[in-house]
Design a protein around this ligand. Sequence first.
Ligand code: FES
Length: 145
Amino acid sequence: MYSEKVMDHFQHPRNVGEIENASGVGTVGNAKCGDIMRMYLDIDDNGIIRDCKFKTFGCGAAVATSSMATELVMGKTIEEALKVTNQAVMEALDGLPPVKVHCSLLAEEAIHAALWDYAEKHGITIEGLKKPKSDISEGEEEEDY
Ligand code: FES
């Protein structure tokens, strides 16, 4: 049911942990399944993401997608990181089963939340970044979990 890459990132997640004095921290959850993800970004003066760590209290797919998401945003500019959508993360993992697609949204939203925090701390606006939801299940169509 899961690709080898998903299993690999679930069993050996990359970049787990916290960054002290991170440039931006974002926490998002999904009230329906109760899963929570926190993303830490270290962004240098040129707007390059130098480090990225995460903590996920959630299902295997959430762990695998957050792990892959950290790898995808590492070394990228803020603008490039914004393009790391849940689709991009899923493709990099060779797909997720349809019932697990919502888990990848946590990773995308956690990156956005961390970027939002960074922008607020620096008094800047990041073009194309909308205020992230803290609960991604808000306003969602009813789905079976
Ligand atoms: Fe909640 Fe996967 S993130 S079930």
